[in-house]
Design a protein around this ligand. Structure first.
Ligand SMILES: [Zn+2]
Length: 195
């Protein structure tokens, strides 16, 4: 599921940009990378299982060339895709972004592997990943990763994950378990002395 951008700040940050901004680079992607990212998420919509909402969403994740199984300058950009999968028990359904990232994780990819994310719907408006997906992506992506949001015509807006999820909570924020354990033990010890 995705949510339509209605936040005026988000709307101001996001821009409708034409492919090939400067020297063929689109928000850090080569023209070839951008084109395959957009084509794959638009195409992934066809695989959506959404008999209840009829709201198709496709997602694509572009891997860094070094993260591909067989990287070489001439090899085509590696993409992992997903689509939304609904369920008769509505809340059980899963979004395209999480299906795609789950597949990527299953293939052994982790933070540092991903260069860009694409999300596409059948709407005229630009849709952004829902809150749950933003948090899910945060676990495995740097905050600088661009997220391209495509409408049904293939036009897009782009924002980074950090812009979509400010003041986010991720694995780098969580203190190590050993630190928490030591602090808890010291606290318990202090209580014992008072008693
Ligand atoms: Zn979602």
């Amino acid at each position: 599921m995705s949510t339509a951008i209605s936040d005026p700040i988000a709307a101001a940050v996001a821009t409708v940009a034409a492919p090939g901004e400067s020297n063929g680079i689109v928000h850090g992607l080569s023209t070839a990378e951008f084109e395959i990212l957009s084509a794959k998420c638009l195409d992934a919509r066809k695989a959506a299982y959404c008999p209840y909402s009829l709201f198709r969403v496709g997602a694509s994740i572009l891997l860094h060339p070094s993260s591909s199984t067989n990287p070489s300058p001439s090899s085509s950009p590696k993409i992992i895709t997903g689509a939304n999968v609904e369920n008769a028990s509505y809340p059980v359904g899963t979004c395209a972004e999480r299906v795609a990232m789950g597949t990527a994780v299953m293939q052994g990819h982790r933070i540092g592997s991903f260069k860009a994310i694409g999300v596409a719907t059948d709407m005229e408006a630009f849709c952004s990943p829902c809150g749950m997906c933003r948090q899910f992506l945060r676990e495995f992506c740097e905050l600088e990763i661009p997220i391209f949001m495509f409408n049904k015509r293939g036009e897009y807006k782009v924002m980074t994950l950090g812009e979509l999820l400010p003041m986010s909570f991720g694995p780098d924020v969580l203190p190590p378990r050993e630190v928490l354990k030591r602090e808890r033990d010291e606290e318990e010890e202090g209580k014992g002395k008072i008693a």
